[in-house]
Structures are given as C-alpha cells and as structure tokens.
Design a protein around this ligand. Structure first.
Ligand SMILES: *[C@@H]1O[C@H](CO)[C@@H](O)[C@H](O)[C@H]1NC(C)=O
Ligand SMILES: *[C@@H]1O[C@H](CO)[C@@H](O)[C@H](O)[C@H]1NC(C)=O
Ligand SMILES: *[C@@H]1O[C@H](CO)[C@@H](O)[C@H](O)[C@H]1NC(C)=O
Ligand SMILES: *[C@@H]1O[C@H](CO)[C@@H](O)[C@H](O)[C@H]1NC(C)=O
Length: 391
C-alpha cells in the first residue's frame, strides 16, 4: 500500500478519498440520466457475430444506425451476407471491430473464381495489399500432382494454377495458357518464391478506415452517430444494463449513491489508521535500519541474450507510404513505443506472426529478447528474406 512507503502522505490521502466520494457519486448519476441512446447490437439468427455500428442489417430500424456502405443481409436464418457493388454477394465469416477487418468467403466455395473479377469500387472496404497473380490454364498431364492447383476451377482435362512469381509463370508459358494477370487483394504480400499458391482459397480479408471506431471499441465504448442528422461519430460509454425499466434504474442509483460513498469512506478510514500505524513503525524502523547492512545488497545483473544482427536484418522491412497501411494483424500504433506510425517510417515485421513495429524499436528489443513482444512466439531465421519494400 502507498502509505507504507510514504507515511507523510497520510492525511492528504484520506481527504482525497473523501473528495473522490463526491466525484464518483456524480459520475454514476450523469451517464444514466443524460447519455444519448446509441444503436443496439443485432444478430443474424443463430450466428454469433454481433452486428453493430458501422454495420447494420438491411431493413432494420432506425435507419441511421449504420454507416453508408455497411449494410449486411441475413440469409437462411444464420448466414450474414455482404453485397459489394461490383463483385456481388459474399458471406461473412467474421468481423473484427477492434482491427476494423471483415473476413469474407464465397457461397460457392470458390474464392479464386471470385478473385478473377474482384472489384472493390463503390464500397468502403479496402485490401491491405494487392499483389499481381498470374492465372494459368494447363493440361492436367503437365501439372499432375506436381503443383498445387485450384481445384474448383479445374476439370479432368484442364488445371488452373496461380502464382505471384512472374518468372514461374513465364517458365510454364510453353505448355500452359495465361488466363489473366490480376491484382488480387491480400492481407500480406506473399513471398512464395517459385511455387504455385494455395493461399488464394483462404477467406478474403478486407479492412475499412472510415468510420474509425476501433479505438472506441478498444476502450469498451459503443460507436455511433453523434445525433440523428449528423454524420459525425461519437463514442458512447454506457453501463451495461441501464435500460431495464425506470423504477429499477432509480433504485440502482439510490443503492450506488449510498453504497459507494460508504465503501470508500470505510477504505478511507482503514487507510488512515493503517497510515498512523505504519508511520509509527517507520519511525521505529528508521533507527534500526541504519545499522542493518543487508538492506543494501546489490541485485544480480541478468544475462541478456537476443537474436544476432544478421537474423534481425533478415526480417522484412517496409517503408510506409502515404496511406500508412500496416500489413497483417497490426493497428496504427507501434506496440513498443506506442506512437502512431507516420508515413516514411521504417517498420519491421516478424515473419512467423506478422506483427510489425518501428524498425528501431523491434531491433532494440530483438537484440535482448528472442520472442515477439506482442504474442511471445519465438521467431526463427528461416524463411525470412531480406528486402525493403515501399508500401
Ligand atoms: C471496378 O469497377 C469500376 C466501375 O465499373 C471501374 O471503373 C474500375 O475500373 C474497376 N476496377 C477494376 C480493377 O477492374
Ligand atoms: C500489376 O501489374 C500492372 C500491369 O499489369 C502494374 O501496372 C501494377 O503496378 C502491378 N501491381 C503490382 C502490385 O505489382
Ligand atoms: C475443362 O475446362 C476447359 C476450359 O478450362 C474446357 O475447354 C474443357 O471443355 C473442360 N473439359 C471438360 C471435360 O469439362
Ligand atoms: C431520429 O430519426 C428517426 C427516423 O429517421 C425518428 O423516428 C426519430 O424520432 C428521430 N429522433 C430524434 C431524437 O430526432
């Protein structure tokens, strides 16, 4: 407790606690009475994904509970549907309100087919990256069991393959036919080297930058429009169960306004008495401690072992462009120094877990630690290749 360390602060501590009673009393009263009503969360049948601002189920009232372009549909009781203006309907696997990401899959389970004509125009969603993929159509005897094929686009005589490697595509050009080269939305730029990719069958991961509600979500608030006819966003903080009838609310307010001052009063008194007690003890101890040599034993210095410089250098480095878009599961601040990424900042990402940081921050860390500061996984030197991209 504070007072054991600083007995001198006792009387002021007690009066601060009394002042806090008054503050707490009012801060509990006000949100219940004056807070605007934000939009509620809905669900699509048995689907667990909450649908909340900026998303809204189509046809649900009030109309101003969703941001333009964020309308969702509900199909066969529990499938959430997102309709993109130029790419048609996708099913929603998940929505991450904190990172502002949405994961889409194809109703017909053939994402590569949908990617061949994927176009995000007219929607608020963006891909973290685009990467050019070459789609090839090869006779099945050429590819048979040697390459990863896209099964849902292949048949018994023809196999379809996709690669981000131009040289690999060109080397196959004699026996295969190039269907198209198309910028595919990816969450992370692939470094497959010379292979055909199976990753295109994964869910499409898209993000949105407007409205910015991730920070509000992170602090437990509810994001919504400031008022009925405003497009400005506000973050509402409501007690979780504040809407279950007026009588009950008044009762709760009364209980809180009595219980909270009472409890903190008791704490105040307890602290005060403990302080008096410890002050006496501190005085007794101070005379004894001056003769006790064991109180100032030096701490052993811990041995630090991190990754070597060449391993650190082998991790991918990116220079942020104007959009300051960070790939992978990262948000807009560096988890180490907690400052926001600026354009032209150099960031470095750990290949295994895809967590990114300012290069100077993570380099410093990795010189002393061998784990990712976010997920604590140990990165290894393999499969990292050294290059600097401009995003
Ligand atoms: C997407 O569709 C819009 C509108 O039809 C068009 O202008 C744009 O060129 C398309 N983009 C791509 C990458 O096909
Ligand atoms: C993809 O290819 C087009 C030309 O076909 C080119 O203009 C574009 O810069 C390429 N994009 C990437 C990300 O390499
Ligand atoms: C297989 O697909 C190709 C086009 O990719 C088509 O020309 C061919 O007729 C198909 N073969 C069968 C057996 O469906
Ligand atoms: C907000 O708008 C809805 C319809 O758009 C209306 O029913 C409601 O009364 C409005 N609320 C206020 C406080 O103006």
């Amino acid at each position: 407790m504070v007072c054991f360390l600083y007995p001198e602060t006792c009387p002021s501590l007690a009066s601060v606690l009394l002042n806090m009673d008054i503050l707490i009393f009012f801060s509990f009263l006000f949100p219940l009475i004056y807070a605007a009503e934000p939009c509620s969360t809905t669900k699509c049948g048995k689907n667990e994904i909450p649908i909340q601002f900026p998303f809204q189920l189509e046809g649900k009232l009030p109309e101003n509970c969703g941001y333009p372009g964020f309308n969702l549909g509900c199909k066969s009781q529990n499938t959430i549907v997102l309709k993109l203006p130029y790419s048609g309907e996708f099913f929603v696997r998940d929505i991450n309100y904190l990172d502002q990401q949405i994961y889409l899959y194809d109703p017909d389970n053939c994402i590569p087919k949908r990617l061949l004509s994927f176009n995000l125009s007219g929607s608020p969603f963006l891909a973290a990256f685009h990467q050019n993929y070459t789609f090839l159509n090869c006779p099945t005897q050429v590819t048979k069991s040697r390459f990863t094929t896209i099964d849902c686009l292949s048949n018994s005589t023809n196999s379809v393959l996709a690669t981000s490697s131009m040289s690999l595509a060109n080397s196959m050009a004699s026996s295969c036919q190039i269907i198209t080269i198309f910028p595919v939305p990816v969450s992370w730029p692939a470094k497959y080297g010379e292979t055909f990719s199976a990753d295109l069958e994964d869910d499409i991961q898209l993000t949105w930058y407007t409205p910015q509600c991730g920070d509000c979500e992170a602090e437990g608030g509810i994001c919504g429009f400031k008022s009925n006819n405003s497009k400005e966003i506000d973050c509402f903080h409501l007690p979780k169960s504040g809407t279950s009838g007026n009588g009950l609310q008044v009762f709760k307010i009364l209980c809180l306004s009595i219980a909270i001052p009472a409890v903190s009063c008791a704490i105040g008194i307890a602290v005060f008495t403990c302080c008096l007690d410890s002050r006496r003890r501190a005085r007794e101890n101070s005379t004894r401690r001056s003769t006790d040599p064991s109180a100032v034993l030096p701490q052993p210095v811990p041995v630090v072992t991190g990754l070597d410089e060449s391993t650190i250098e082998s991790y991918q480095k990116l220079v942020l462009g104007e959009s300051r878009r960070i790939p992978g599961p990262n948000d807009s601040t560096c988890p180490i120094c907690l400052s926001e990424y600026l354009s032209k900042d150099t960031i470095r990402c750990i290949p295994e877990c895809k967590h990114c940081f300012h290069a100077e921050c993570i380099d410093e860390w990795l010189r002393m630690n061998t784990t990712c500061p976010v997920c604590r996984n140990s990165p290894s030197a393999e499969d990292a290749n050294s290059h600097t991209d401009i995003v």
